[in-house]
Write a new protein. Sequence first.
Length: 267
Amino acid sequence: MSDARPIGVFDSGLGGLTAVKELIKILPNEDIVYFGDTGRVPYGTRSFETIERYAKEDIQFLLRHDVKMVIAACGTVSSAAPHVLAGCGVDAVDVVSPAAMKAAQSTKNGRIGVIGTQATIKSGSFKNKIHELMPGAQVFGVACPMLVPLVENGWFGIDDEIAALAVERYLCGLKEKNIDTLILGCTHFPILQPVIDRYLEGKITLINTGAAAALRAREILSANSALNDSGGARKFFVSDSAESFARLSQIFLSTDTHEDVSLVSFG
Ligand code: DGL
């Protein structure tokens, strides 16, 4: 049995493309519909009520494309509005649970760092999930809101001085906590992975939340006999600035092809 309907993926902006990249790697025959709410990014500085409302609208948009699964490729939505995702009516995957599980499996000393947006860290989502799996773990969260606009604006190269300074400023406290595992709890952050890894001198295991979510999506589809073996089409929708999305998506997805991107409005 198979299911040829697309997988729906959404994020507040471009960060969710890090999950799409992983999905394409491990599920190349799946059709994907992506929505990036570039007109309303960032979500991470907003109230839980607003994040919940945006998440509902994003999911409704994807459901109109008859998706078989929704992936919230956004640490903020996964943390602040998990109930909206869970009640969406199709299989749903967040980025918190799969990454928390991976971190719990990976740590040797039980000391785990989490970086994310303000809303993500405030929610305690990663910490709570890790404690369910590993009650004795020490979890240290740091909100890193300024890293999001750096990524959205393309300032993430390994030699970018501003990116290096921002990473140092946010991570210096964590470096002293003797963590051996760090969850990149925002889907924008894997783009900064080389900068982060350099600052941490390659000594700490970095968990890519989008990659962990993609693996969970494959597990669920496989268990439900709902994989697609003959697709591979991708459609991208944004709520603002389709041109800059087309340019940056090449970097995020590591392709040289211009993706098919359309502008949508919820107004
Ligand atoms: N994509 C969001 C996340 O993963 C970060 C950007 C934002 O604040 O909206 O948390």
